[in-house]
Design a binder for this molecule. Structure first.
Ligand code: MTE
Ligand code: MO
Length: 257
């Protein structure tokens, strides 16, 4: 019995001392942790914002977007096409940013910037001469509506091959701007070269109405409506992400479906 008491007393004394040390250590540890947390929070809040998000967070968002774009929204897939009878007659008009009221086809030219100081200028007739593709698909706007609509034009890939834009096809992005340059989008090259992406000049077998993008618009079914730029003035190619009107206002850069 005595021996046991002796041991249990020793044990108790030791544990009291280590208990005190542990309390002090824990306190210091938490103090350091809380201070680090406060500094991290302050640092984050002093970072510049980019498109409405703090820059370090925006960076994470962009990295995630890119992974998602590759893994989930692989835009080489084909979207469903519909029979002509399914196409609506009254096509909704949405978004008129950067649209001129009238365009004079006699002077309008599609400007294809092959390189700095090297611009190809094409008339509507030049574009209409190329193989025509009809496309009837479910057009989706990011605002939440969709419509089965009927378009026709030359596939962008066919167009680029015809004009020997092979070096440009190897670049990462296509940029498009309206005639007045007030609306602009950037498209990743795999989506731009997907076979259903067309430079479109017809809707329901007639020339595009002015508000629907006359004389030429982009139809890119693997993307939401925001990327279907109406009234194209300029096309260019780049390895950097071209500026994008809605991405600058916080929407997803790729806006893939
Ligand atoms: N120039 C230009 N193109 C644009 C827009 C715009 O505001 N300006 N809006 C986009 C959006 S948000 C959509 S949904 C589609 C709508 O095309 P629609 O008017 O032919 O239906 O055009 C896209 N192209
Ligand atoms: Mo839209």
């Amino acid at each position: 019995m005595k021996k046991r008491d002796y041991f249990s007393k020793r044990t108790k004394e030791i544990s009291n001392a280590s208990y005190r040390r542990k309390i002090i250590f824990s306190f210091l540890f938490f103090a350091v942790l809380v201070t680090a947390g406060i500094f991290a929070w302050k640092w984050l809040n002093h970072q510049p914002t980019e498109q409405g998000a703090l820059k370090p967070l925006r960076k994470t968002l962009e990295a995630n977007e890119k992974i998602l774009q590759k893994a989930v929204f692989d835009t080489s897939h084909l979207v469903k096409e519909y029979p002509e009878k399914d196409a609506v007659k009254n096509v909704r008009v949405n978004g008129l940013i950067g649209m001129e009221k009238t365009i004079d086809t006699a002077t309008w030219r599609l400007q294809v910037i092959r390189a700095v100081g090297d611009t190809l200028k094409l008339s509507l007739a030049d574009i209409e001469k190329l193989p025509k593709k009809h496309l009837i698909f479910d057009f989706k706007c990011i605002e939440g509506w969709s419509q089965v609509t009927h378009w026709a034009g030359v596939p962008l890939k066919t167009f680029m091959d015809y004009y020997h834009l092979n070096a440009q096809e190897k670049m990462q992005y296509v940029g498009l701007q309206t005639v007045d340059k007030k609306y602009y989008v950037g498209i990743d090259m795999p989506s731009a070269l997907q076979s259903q992406t067309i430079l479109c000049y017809e809707m329901n077998n007639k020339p595009l109405p002015m508000k629907q993008g006359y004389p030429l618009r982009l139809i890119i079914p693997v993307k939401y409506g925001i990327k279907h730029l109406k009234q194209i003035g300029t096309i260019y190619f780049s390895n950097q992400k071209p500026p994008d009107y809605w991405a600058e206002r916080g929407y997803d850069y790729y806006s893939g479906l």
